[in-house]
Design a protein around this ligand. Structure first.
Ligand SMILES: C[S@@+](CC[C@H](N)C(=O)[O-])C[C@H]1O[C@@H](n2cnc3c(N)ncnc32)[C@H](O)[C@@H]1O
Length: 261
């Protein structure tokens, strides 16, 4: 499946990209993805480490390092999964309060067990994140890691902007569409193999095993780091800093800010 859209991003191209992603993946997002996250909570972290040949830990460590926290901050982790990010944020700055939102009850149940093991408290909300159940200007910091490929970005990003306080920061990190064809070639083949060997090793269900093609297509139809910077700007974020990491930009970090009113 080839992406033939031009590299630069405009409001019209953003709209077209989101329409295309919806037309390709709505069924997968609605049916397959929830089933996958019923299956994986117990081995989610070790599965990621195996699938990425250990790079997952480096990626998450790098991401959390970029996040600035002050005592008293209210933080929201969107698509929090098993609370990997939330736990690390609370261990970095114990004086914050942290809310996790994810539609997978199973992932969040495992996340609560993990939070208990580390002795930290995380409020958990089980809900789809395309509408966030919080008043405007609620949070100093919002994080979103390793999930936006499964989301409608034209819906979720305005919601994140809305719930951030003026001057608050949004930290995003995900596997993005590589900016160069050579990296893309290796990356896509690696991804197919890694999904297959991880599924075999952890005895995944058929649904999870069948995710390899979706994972590849979801990345190919997602955004390059540069395009995502433009998307954030169009939605209304400012002071956007993008850092590419791991094998020439397979993973991208974006830090951005809600403007002061
Ligand atoms: C790959 S996991 C990432 C978890 C966590 N952010 C991390 O980095 O470990 C993706 C998570 O996104 C959640 N998710 C996907 N689509 C969602 C949606 N529409 N609403 C809420 N959660 C969603 C899944 O349930 C899953 O827990």
């Amino acid at each position: 499946m080839k992406n033939i859209e031009p590299a630069s991003m405009t409001p019209l191209r953003f709209d077209q990209r989101e329409q295309r992603r919806r037309s390709l993946f709505s069924h997968t997002w609605g049916e397959l993805i929830p089933k996958v996250f019923e299956d994986v909570p117990k081995y989610y972290r070790s599965g990621n480490i195996v699938a990425s040949l250990g790079l997952w830990e480096l990626w998450v460590w790098q991401f959390v390092k970029t996040i600035k926290l002050e005592p008293g901050y209210k933080a929201l982790d969107v698509c929090a999964g098993t609370n990997d990010i939330g736990i690390r944020l609370l261990r970095k700055q114990a004086g914050i309060s942290l809310t996790a939102i994810d539609r997978s009850k199973e992932m969040q149940e495992e996340g609560q067990v993990r939070a208990g093991k580390y002795g930290v408290h995380i409020d958990s909300i089980i809900q789809d994140v395309h509408q966030l159940p919080f008043p405007d200007q609620s949070f100093d910091v919002v994080t979103l890691q390793a999930a936006s490929r499964h989301l409608q970005m034209d819906k979720v990003l305005p919601e994140i902007l809305r719930v951030l306080k003026p001057g608050g920061h949004f930290y995003h990190c995900d596997m993005l569409k590589p900016s160069t064809p050579l990296v893309e070639w290796f990356y896509l083949r690696f991804l197919r193999l890694s999904v297959a060997w991880t599924a075999l090793l952890f005895k995944s269900t058929e649904t999870s095993k069948n995710c390899g093609i979706y994972f590849k297509d979801a990345i190919m139809n997602f955004y390059t780091p540069e395009e995502l910077t433009e998307v954030f700007r169009m939605v209304g974020f400012r002071n956007i800093v993008c850092k590419k990491s791991i094998w020439g930009g397979m993973v991208g970090f974006h830090k951005s800010q809600r403007p002061l009113d």
